[in-house]
Write a protein that binds this ligand. Structure first.
Ligand SMILES: NC(=O)c1ccc[n+]([C@@H]2O[C@H](COP(=O)([O-])OP(=O)(O)OC[C@H]3O[C@@H](n4cnc5c(N)ncnc54)[C@H](OP(=O)(O)O)[C@@H]3O)[C@@H](O)[C@H]2O)c1
Ligand SMILES: [Zn+2]
Length: 340
């Protein structure tokens, strides 16, 4: 039996382990992807720490996957061996619950799979996934650039395009990590007056290069007051893991302003009713996207030149790459390459 290399988490809070496994065969409705690259998302922490219900072990993490379709199961239509394709957080849906029947696969309530959490993900050479969960990769985009677009990319692209902001509106992106650095590029290409906000002066040149018109250092500025001076943000897209950082910015929403959380804050938000009511302000959240949203994201990137900035590591250095992401040192997305 041909074998493959993979990196798995043995149990919640356990170490990463490099293992060899048999290359799996796809069941009906599934495809096998020869993984070329897999981004390391902060949400891989859920698989590593077991900090979300429904995760079983051992588990191969990873939900920013780019590669080539290598085998197709019975009954799969529309996908062929040799096609470049990838997978994100959304790993499959039932197709018959009320949400799916409305075309809202992301809130499927019956049999939703989450790649790298409830089924194995992309820290490996080969993986199986529902054919309904894959999206095609345009020729212009390399595998290592495509991979982060399947989560960091689609999440920020989709949140922004559904935020209600219109070209010319002031849009602030809070955080300049894996999600944030793509959010800044998308906001600029969508025609928003883009304000990047992150900790420290050293990220300013990156932010400007990525298309930000303004940069606010949250360590040396009262960022809410600075946003107010700019007229208030129509949308704040928060990509950070810190509730304190979000709370410090909420007062910077303009009239009709909206804060959209994509980053998961580590503490509850604090906001007065008066701030929301008086200026018709709101706070909402946005969960990644469906496979067709990923397809739209990749097509938009092919069209506009948006690309992630990556640090590429061979698959076997996954633990080091993961630590680099966790420490906030990656510029800006650590990506594993299998060399296939
Ligand atoms: N909604 C979704 O579907 C979705 C999808 C993917 C990820 N996520 C979530 O989005 C978040 C970001 O993911 P990522 O992969 O972009 O992570 P990342 O690359 O590790 O970036 C983390 C970000 O959090 C900020 N941060 C961390 N600690 C902070 C602190 N103490 N104070 C202020 N800011 C702090 C950093 O800000 P600086 O830039 O200022 O250093 C950085 O921008 C995570 O919570 C992840 O789980 C959500
Ligand atoms: Zn992710």
């Amino acid at each position: 039996m041909p074998r493959m290399r993979a990196v798995q988490v043995l149990h919640a809070k356990g170490p990463f382990q490099q293992v060899e496994r048999e290359i799996p065969e796809p069941n009906a409705g599934a495809v096998r992807i020869k993984v070329q690259a897999c981004g390391i998302c902060h949400s891989d922490e859920y698989a590593k720490e077991g900090s979300r219900p429904g995760i079983t072990y051992p588990r191969i993490p990873g939900h920013e996957i780019a590669g080539v379709i290598d085998a197709v199961g019975a009954g799969v239509q529309g996908w062929e061996v040799g096609q470049r394709a990838g997978v994100g957080w959304h790993g499959g849906h039932c197709g018959y619950c009320d949400s799916c029947r409305r075309g809202d696969f992301v809130t499927c309530s019956k049999a939703r799979q989450i790649t790298g959490l409830t089924c194995d993900g992309g820290y490996t050479e080969y993986m199986l996934i529902s054919a309904a969960a894959v999206a095609a990769i345009p020729d212009e985009i390399s595998a290592t650039d495509a991979a982060p677009l399947f989560c960091a990319g689609v999440t920020t692209f989709n949140a922004l395009r559904n935020s209600g902001a219109r070209p010319g509106d002031a849009v602030a992106i809070l955080g300049l990590g894996g999600l944030g650095h793509l959010g800044v590029q998308f906001a600029a290409k969508m025609g928003f007056e883009t304000i990047a906000i992150a900790r420290g002066k050293e990220k300013e040149p990156f932010a400007k290069k990525l298309g930000a018109k303004h940069y606010l250092d949250s360590e040396s500025h009262n960022v809410a007051a600075e946003l107010e001076k700019l007229g208030g943000a129509r949308v704040i897209l928060s990509t950070v893991t810190s509730g304190k950082a979000v709370n410090a910015l909420l007062g910077g929403m303009g009239i009709n302003g909206k804060t959209v959380l994509v980053g998961n804050p580590d503490q509850p938000l604090e906001i007065t009713g008066r701030l929301l009511i008086a200026g018709r302000r709101s706070i909402s959240g946005w969960p990644s996207g469906s496979p067709i949203d990923s397809q739209d994201t990749l097509d938009f990137c092919a069209l506009t030149g948006v690309r992630p900035m990556t640090e590429v590591f061979p698959l076997e250095r996954a633990p080091e790459a993961y630590d680099r992401m966790l420490s906030g040192k990656a510029r800006f997305r650590a990506v594993l390459s299998t060399g296939l």
